[in-house]
Design a protein around this ligand. Sequence first.
Ligand code: APR
Length: 172
Amino acid sequence: MTEIRVVRGDITAQEVDALVNAANSSLLGGGGVDGAIHRRGGPAILEECRRLRSEHLPDGLPTGHAVATNAGRLPARWVIHTVGPVYAKRDDRSELLASCHTESLRVADELGATTVAFPAISCGIYGYPLHLAAPVALAAVRSAGTDVAEVRFVLYDDTALAAFEEALHSHP
Ligand code: APR
């Protein structure tokens, strides 16, 4: 049974087996969580991302997919990079957002990771409203059938924390 926790904090400070990066398809870094992970994790992560791009992902990582690298200097063993959907009012992309979570957990199971930290994927630069994303993220984790013992949603501000706590308690 997977324990789901919702905490306020910085994902780069989480001592977990794997932390999930809200990346973009280039895998070559960015702002937000992506920027923080590469800044704190150091160049070893980007070096492996570049190798993945040249050897396996010439066109980049598709939205909803996930791939693992080392975690460099971060207090984790792996970073699992996933690409969230950009929010669009007239186009329901919740399946892609759900896939970010189930695919990240599938990769975590392949690695043997037992604790995994997620940010609020797509809820920053990609504009996904928190009150829509949180229930999708939680339902995806609950339906994933993963061996991961603890999934920790790490929220960077009180608004995000409240949205995920609300989703956690309204769908027990
Ligand atoms: N720890 C935890 N959460 C964080 C951190 C952090 N250090 N920094 C930002 N966040 C939060 C944001 O507040 C937001 O709620 O993570 C959530 C996701 O925001 P983004 O990082 O902007 O990710 P996303 O919306 O998925 O956009 C992805 O942004 O950084 C670029 O390269 C990335 O192009 C990609 C896009």
